[in-house]
Design a protein around this ligand. Structure first.
Ligand SMILES: [Zn+2]
Length: 282
């Protein structure tokens, strides 16, 4: 496969040949940074883990150059850090038995540039071979600029596919700004209970980020647990964790649906929910 960035990397953990290694994909996640996929698409990773008829593939779009660093990584330069993070991502793919992991190697600034279509072309190349049934994306209310830009480029790529090749289900998942604010009817519930040891080890792979002074490994697990506990006040917990997601399937299937209007409609329903509850008891 040809990609625009010279540093682009396609890693197949079980060394299956292309294109079969990619076309076996059933669940695909597209994220901005090394570690995003493991934090937001664990549901898909766990679903495919150990199966021969379901395969998870991941696409990480950025080169990992801009991460914060301290401790053992304080003096590591940008190019060395990129190599370390790419290797961490490959190690996660091996641990999680992914079908493939593709690292496109873009600087964040290129992804944020809406005139640059290279990233869309690369994503389309992968999507047209992988043809996933389910995709996991960043959600449009995320507060990280690069995450939002990656989502917008992903949506363009998905909408460029013929209608019958588009995924049946598209989830917009939480990382920067969680999705507890969605009203319950709008919450996409992605259980993360399965394979707890795998879950912990996948989060811990990204040592360079954790050592950089951010305990993502603990925070992600804390969020998943909190979601399971606070989801419903009247019933006992049946799952040990959830990732919350927005159902983005309508956006993927209708090229004319506006993403701003679509996203703000969720905020409108939250506003109405708050208003109705307050008015009910005052
Ligand atoms: Zn990220």
């Amino acid at each position: 496969m040809n990609f625009h960035q010279a540093s682009a990397d396609c890693f197949i953990p079980d060394a299956s040949p292309l294109p079969g290694a990619l076309s076996r994909t059933t669940h695909l996640a597209i994220g901005a940074h090394q570690d995003d996929l493991e934090f937001f698409a664990y549901h898909g990773i766990a679903h495919c883990y150990g199966k021969k008829d379901a395969w998870f593939s991941g696409i990480t779009c950025t080169d990992g150059a801009g991460s914060s660093r301290s401790g053992a990584y304080a003096d590591v330069g940008d190019s060395e850090m990129q190599a370390i993070r790419a290797e961490e991502q490959r190690r996660a793919a091996t641990l999680g038995e992914y079908g493939s992991i593709i690292q496109l190697g873009y600087p964040s600034a290129e992804i944020k540039d809406s005139n640059n279509t290279h990233i869309i072309e690369d994503l389309s190349t992968v999507l047209s071979i992988a043809r996933p049934e389910v995709v996991y994306l960043h959600n449009p209310a995320d507060k990280h600029d690069t995450h939002v830009a990656v989502l917008l480029r992903s949506l363009r790529a998905l909408r460029s596919l013929p209608a019958d090749q588009r995924p049946k289900q598209a989830w917009g998942c939480e990382i920067w700004r969680d999705l507890d604010w969605l009203i319950d009817q709008d919450k996409g519930l992605l259980p993360t209970t399965a394979h707890p040891e795998l879950q912990a080890s996948l989060n811990q792979v990204f040592e360079s980020q954790i050592q950089g002074g951010k305990r993502y490994d603990l925070a992600v697990m804390g969020r998943r647990l909190a979601h399971a506990t606070f989801l419903d006040s009247h019933h006992s917990d049946t799952e040990t964790g959830f990732t919350f997601a927005m159902d983005l399937t309508p956006l993927v299937h209708d090229n004319h649906l506006d993403i701003v209007d679509f996203t703000l409609s969720y905020a409108e329903r939250l506003k109405t929910d708050i208003e109705l509850r307050l008015n009910k008891f005052r």
